[in-house]
Ligand binder design. Structure first.
Ligand code: KIV
Length: 277
């Protein structure tokens, strides 16, 4: 039985919540087997899976496809799917419709970037029964348009603004809030103030949980290597090495060997050889 939103809520102040992104069936299965609490179908898929420079071009159709695959691969983790840029900003009905599409694709909850300015939209989605995770601090869908990649809440005023957004989202009904690239002091204050879990990415150790992009954890994305992401493997060099070996074996005739080939019945082969001379 997959984890529920209630299970995630009950982890606040008892143990740290573990979240990792996934975008396909196989990775979902493996991360679920590793025991993470939540699988996030992030719109970072646009960058690590589709090769876009940022998350802005990601569409609902793409997010639904990734979500379907991840949902098929999980057994225990809660699946949260990102609502991509411009899938919820136009109107509450647009937001509800698109949140519904992600749930029909297999998500247990959706995540929206934005603070106090989207509280009514969040409330509208929560009201119809779809759990929502908030996402404040660095918001890749819009912050990049204004100021680029920058640590958030470095000043007193910025920290207060972020805290206000966290409180507004909590009041609107979110079950957790992702804090991206927020100063650790501000994350600590927010986590200690609100009653729902905070999930940090580049926001220090005092959040109630942590999320990382799976390609960063496995060392598979070379274009951007964020300071906050710990690389537990360097899989990209291992993959290149393996494919080089495969290529070498094919060229030299070492692969496929007898153990990789299928044989005809001896009598059948004799008949065939007789027939074709
Ligand atoms: O899309 C994503 O991977 C995310 C995380 C960075 C939280 O939103």
């Amino acid at each position: 039985m997959p984890k529920s939103v209630r299970d995630i809520l009950s982890m606040k102040n008892s143990r740290k919540i573990t979240v990792i992104t996934a975008y396909d069936y196989t990775t979902s299965q493996l991360c679920d087997k590793a025991g993470v609490d939540m699988l996030l179908v992030g719109d970072s898929a646009g960058m690590v899976m589709l090769g876009y420079d940022n998350t802005i071009p990601v569409t609902m159709d793409q997010m639904c496809l990734f979500t379907e695959a991840v949902a098929r691969g999980r057994q225990n983790a809660l699946v949260v799917a990102d609502m991509p840029f411009m899938s919820y900003q136009s109107s509450k009905s647009q937001a509800i419709e698109n949140a519904g599409r992600l749930v029909k694709s297999g998500a247990d909850a959706v995540k929206l970037e934005g603070g106090v300015e989207i509280k009514d939209t969040v409330h509208a989605i929560v009201e119809i029964g779809i759990p929502v995770m908030g996402h404040i601090g660095f918001q890749p869908q819009t912050t990049t348009l204004q100021e680029g990649y920058k640590v958030q809440a470095k000043t007193r005023d910025a920290a207060v603004k972020l805290l206000d957004s966290a409180k507004a989202l909590e009041k609107a009904g979110v079950f957790s809030i992702a804090l991206e690239m927020v100063t650790r002091e501000t994350s600590k204050i927010i986590s200690g103030t609100i009653s729902i879990p905070t999930i940090g990415i580049g926001s220090g150790p005092d959040c109630d949980g942590q999320v990382l992009v799976v390609h960063d954890v496995l060392g598979m994305y070379e274009k951007i290597k964020p300071k906050f992401a710990k690389r537990y493997l360097e899989l990209s060099s291992e993959i290149v090495k393996a494919v080089e070996s495969y290529k070498g074996d094919v060229v030299s005739g070492k692969f496929p060997g007898p153990e990789h080939s299928f044989s005809m019945d001896k009598l059948e082969l004799e008949k065939l050889e007789k027939e074709i001379g």
